[in-house]
Design a protein around this ligand. Sequence first.
Ligand SMILES: Nc1ncnc2c1ncn2[C@@H]1O[C@H](COP(=O)(O)OP(=O)(O)O)[C@@H](O)[C@H]1O
Ligand code: SF4
Ligand SMILES: [Mg+2]
Length: 363
Amino acid sequence: MSAREAEPTPHSTPGSSPATSPGERPQSRAFLEARGVVVEFATRSGSVARALDGVDLAVAPGEIVAVVGESGSGKTTLARTLMGLERPVAGEVSVGDRPMPRSTRAMRTFRRKVQMVLQDASGSLNPRQTVYESVAEGIRLHRLADARSGTAEADLVAKALSDAGLRPPQPLYLRYPHELSGGQRQRVLIAGALAVRPDLIIADEPVSSLDASIRGELLALLLRLRDELGLGVLVITHDLGLAWNIADRIAVMYLGRVVEQGPTEQVLEHPRHPYTQALLSVVPEIDRLEPQVLRGEIPDPTRIPPGCRFHPRCPALAEGESERAGVADACRGVPLPVLPADDRHAAACHLDAVRHAPGTPAS
Ligand SMILES: Nc1ncnc2c1ncn2[C@@H]1O[C@H](COP(=O)(O)OP(=O)(O)O)[C@@H](O)[C@H]1O
Ligand code: SF4
Ligand SMILES: [Mg+2]
């Protein structure tokens, strides 16, 4: 049973955002796509944590998509699921319009095409491996070097390090991670990913442990890799400012769901979901929104609130806006549909649905 079936979408309620039924879906142009993905974890107390509760997300070739949301919203679980490291209990992940492979051999090819770059470069690099060995590892695993055809291992290592902005690469070959700066370590990780010529890089909080100037350089690097190599990039971050700088599209996650998604400019200049509005209001570079500090913590995914999962913290509900729009009961009791992964700007919010209903003047 799919997630969409598991939680019926209230098409006729005030909360129904535009949702497409599976049969109506256009042919996907995505390279990697999640549809209705549900991932659960058993907790020590015996309850079930629904870390992903019906997520649709697509990344097209050469596209940069940012997934944003507070800590605990399910971003890393989504990344791991897209890499095939977590198996969904419902929904599916497809790669180039085919289901995620299951056989070890096909999985190995998939792992070459989709590379993950993790947040903590010092923890992700083997401290006993030189830079050369780290970058060569994937090349050896996937048997990409072939001296007879002119692709010697050392050339591939040098190219990957250069592509990652470490030029000239040779002086770094025999260095160990502890001899590098934080920015260099992150670039070595990116080089290791690039060395196997992926189609897509999934970067989980790639710059959050780095200082501002290095962050800027690394973001510029991701943009250049997209432009020069046509790489698709899925960037996971809690930093909306970062997403603004590089992403073509943004998906905002809250408690295991995408609650708003669309082209970056539209989502960030005209945020429609109260959660996105609150996150944006505290981004230092943006001063046109009244700062809104969200009350409380993101709930535990073993106890997802009924109705709109954001309702216990929603400023629009707390301040009476939902009441005035006649949707307060729906906020507390009517679940919202899974947002489809397409190019349109959409939000899963009862208030937004009333405001954007056909015939409503644009606010
Ligand atoms: N292996 C796991 N076992 C139990 N709960 C988990 C596991 N991984 C993640 N979770 C829970 O799933 C939720 C989402 O976590 P995560 O995907 O790491 O979010 P984010 O990356 O957005 O911070 C959290 O409540 C987290 O505690
Ligand atoms: S207005 Fe209602 S539906 Fe929209 S985010 Fe707030 S609680 Fe949820
Ligand atoms: Mg995370």
